[in-house]
Write a protein that binds this ligand. Structure first.
Ligand code: SAM
Length: 261
């Protein structure tokens, strides 16, 4: 195999590729932390607390490459188990929890798998990594207790397809939750946020990741994403009921929730 300057064996290649993804992953985390001032961690915590994970649940986290949401779900379930909420979860406490992490990008999945190993998550087989497209899921109808997608739906080609697939794979009674960068509609804060998005973020991307364009694209894709109300109505069109949303930081992000009944 050639890396342009010398021949390397398979082992060396694996190490070099690994190094490349270590860089991508560390940049990815650093940029998330910088851009959101660490808030994305709290937003993901909030998403998972709204899910109310339970032992024995079968859950699908889509666009979940790096495992951020899946690990939180497992942590939450472990806490429930440690507290020994026997009475509440009598039927499911010992059942096999299955968290499926689906992502279209195998590199992101590899980052997640490596992190899971480092953190000791999923050693009991509770984490299942699946390469796949949110628009055409490989899972069966009525098979999941929960579905989450965090910072993933904004970049898909057809949001409608993602929503109808989410609805299809959920069991009746299953909850859909979507965490996404959304729209700020508060005077003055909106102007400040616009300045931050269009000036600060691309410069930060340039400085930290050496990549202004990707971060400019990121900001533009946020602006193109449907408003909170519009997204809620798209969810209803896909068949979800009890559709509601919660704005965090004045709409910088929103969590939409819906039930399949
Ligand atoms: N959920 C993680 C988080 O919150 O940190 C990762 C979010 S990352 C910004 C977006 C992810 O969506 C990437 O891992 C990307 O590969 C994935 N993705 C983009 N299009 C997708 C699609 N059509 N189906 C599944 N995953 C997709």
């Amino acid at each position: 195999t050639s890396f342009g300057f010398k021949q390397v064996n398979e082992e060396e290649k694996a190490r070099m590729v690994g190094d490349v993804f270590t860089n991508v992953a560390s940049n990815y985390d650093l940029m998330n932390d910088l851009m959101s001032a660490g808030l994305h961690r709290l937003w993901k915590d909030r998403l998972v607390s709204m899910l109310n994970p339970f032992p024995g649940m079968k859950h699908l986290d889509v666009a979940g490459g790096t495992g951020d949401v899946a690990f939180r779900i497992l942590e939450n379930i472990n806490r429930v188990k440690q507290r020994g909420l026997r009475r509440v979860f009598e039927d499911t406490l010992d059942a096999e929890t299955q968290i499926y992490v689906c992502d279209i990008n195998p590199n992101m999945l590899n980052v997640g798998k490596r992190r899971a190993l480092e953190k000791g998550f999923g050693e009991d087989g509770s984490l299942i990594w699946v390469e796949g497209n949110a628009e055409t899921l490989s899972f069966q109808n009525d098979s999941m207790d929960g579905y989450t997608i965090a910072f993933g739906i904004r970049n898909v080609t057809h949001i409608e397809n993602v929503l109808s697939e989410a609805h299809r794979v959920l069991k009746p009674g299953g909850r859909f939750l979507c965490l996404e960068l959304s729209h700020v509609d508060i005077p003055i804060f909106k102007e400040l946020y616009d300045y931050y998005s269009f000036s600060v973020i691309p410069s930060m991307g340039n400085l930290v990741a050496g990549d202004r364009e990707s971060y400019q694209y990121l900001v533009e894709s946020i602006r193109r994403f449907p408003s909170q109300e519009k997204f809620a109505s798209m969810m209803a069109e896909a068949g979800f009921q009890k559709v509601e949303y919660e704005n965090l930081v004045g709409g910088v992000v929103a969590i939409h929730s819906g039930l399949k009944i």
